[in-house]
Design a protein around this ligand. Sequence first.
Ligand code: SAM
Length: 181
Amino acid sequence: MKRKIYVLRYGHRPGRDKRVTTHVALVARAFGASGFILGDIVDESVYKTLMKIINAWGGELHVEMGVNSFNYCETWRKEGGLIVHLTMYGLHVDDVIGELRRDPRDLLIIVGAKKVPGFFYEIADYNVAIGHQPHSEIAALAVFLDRLFEGRELHLKFNNAKLEVIPSPRGKRVKRTTMKD
Ligand code: SAM
């Protein structure tokens, strides 16, 4: 069975993180993760946007919201999965990505919004830095997945897509399939 790669977004604040959290989920999907978990809270507007994109552009992203982030990590651990926490304080991605790529275990990638408690630093098998400067969870996740998949994820084709881009040097060309809702 294919290795499961899920992204857990911790600390989402609906008042200020909607757009960033939506982009974290979209990056998870577009860059080859198989699941997106929003910890501790349900955000209908993030969910709706995500479903709209999946409905139009395809793919089979597993989505869960409102699960307890702490329990989720513990269960992932107990079931034999590997946990990576993306943080500027961790080990440089270049020093660990080879091991992570070779490891056959399912992989849970944690990214924060608000301050991430020590629990996640402790439970993670690897705390991984995408460089040691503060930047963004969206950028961190994109670079991490791109390094993990060595760029192959940018050529992914998604199942059940109603829309598909026809690459064009200028303007927008989109192929529509005949599938209807
Ligand atoms: N204020 C929060 C704190 O003190 O933990 C972090 C805010 S930061 C914008 C949000 C998330 O981006 C972090 O939890 C981390 O997952 C990710 N992030 C930011 N810079 C990173 C870096 N250089 N390497 C890895 N992840 C990074």
